[in-house]
Design a protein around this ligand. Structure first.
Ligand SMILES: CC(C)(COP(=O)(O)OP(=O)(O)OC[C@H]1O[C@@H](n2cnc3c(N)ncnc32)[C@H](O)[C@@H]1OP(=O)(O)O)[C@@H](O)C(=O)NCCC(=O)NCCS
Length: 202
């Protein structure tokens, strides 16, 4: 039986794999970039390093098969990222070595931590990422993980949370809409930004 539990350091390889296998707008991104660690080194690794107590996994018995991860203070996280995470990232990934424009764009994204900050951050201090392997999708775990994240943020006194996403991930957008996320003023068709109060009932 699958259960939701707090992240542990031993989940690190599993959460990296989940990120890759869902990283192409919800589909498998394995082999999409020269190095499969590129996506999780931006969207997973720094989060579970910076704030591991705000990460939760769906444990399928012998491995983690889904997660929600977040940071409660996105600006403080971006400062930390620039100081602590970026040097090693920049040493490992070079824009000029990337073979495709998509990979160059992704590396540029990882080189600029301010790209994860929305203009509404004062009112929506936290942000999150959620991914489930295909075998766990469509069974209510996404809703349960978001509920858990909202509870944890509320307990920390955080009023609201945002996320940014690929505009081509229509399934995820339907999920967020269903749960009651709304578009932020800065949201654009080519760069959706959604938010929700941590007191929302999802
Ligand atoms: C998007 C994702 C997190 C949703 O989690 P999930 O466990 O599959 O969704 P749930 O089963 O909890 O669904 C919750 C509600 O959203 C609805 N929903 C979920 N996916 C939907 C879809 N593709 N279309 C319409 N409604 C959808 C469900 O019907 C459900 O509504 P209900 O409870 O009223 O019936 C998950 O499918 C996933 O990880 N996908 C791949 C990675 C990804 O795209 N991550 C998001 C990146 S921004």
């Amino acid at each position: 039986m699958s259960v939701i539990r707090p992240y542990r350091p031993s989940d690190r390889d599993d959460v990296y794999e989940i990120c890759v296998r869902t990283g192409a707008s919800g589909a498998d991104a394995t082999g999409l970039y020269s190095d499969d660690d590129l996506l999780p080194d931006i969207f997973t690794g720094p989060y579970v390093t910076y704030q591991p107590d705000l990460a939760f996994v769906v444990d399928s018995g012998d491995h983690a098969a889904g997660y929600v991860i977040g940071v409660s203070d996105s600006r403080a996280y971006a400062d930390w990222y620039a100081r602590e995470w970026l040097p090693a990232f920049a040493a490992r990934y070079a824009v000029q070595d990337a073979p495709t424009e998509a990979e160059r764009d992704m590396i540029r994204f990882g080189l600029d931590p301010s790209t994860s900050i929305v203009p509404e951050v004062a009112d929506y201090p936290a942000h999150l990422h959620i991914d489930l392997l295909p075998e766990l999708q469509g069974q209510g775990f996404g809703r349960a993980l978001i509920r858990r994240m909202l509870e944890e943020l509320r307990e920390r006194g955080v009023p609201a949370v945002y996320l940014t996403m690929s505009p081509s991930n229509a399934a995820a957008r339907a999920f967020y809409d269903r749960l009651g996320f709304h578009e932020l003023p800065s949201s654009r068709p080519d760069g959706p930004a959604l938010g929700i109060s941590t007191s929302a009932v999802v």
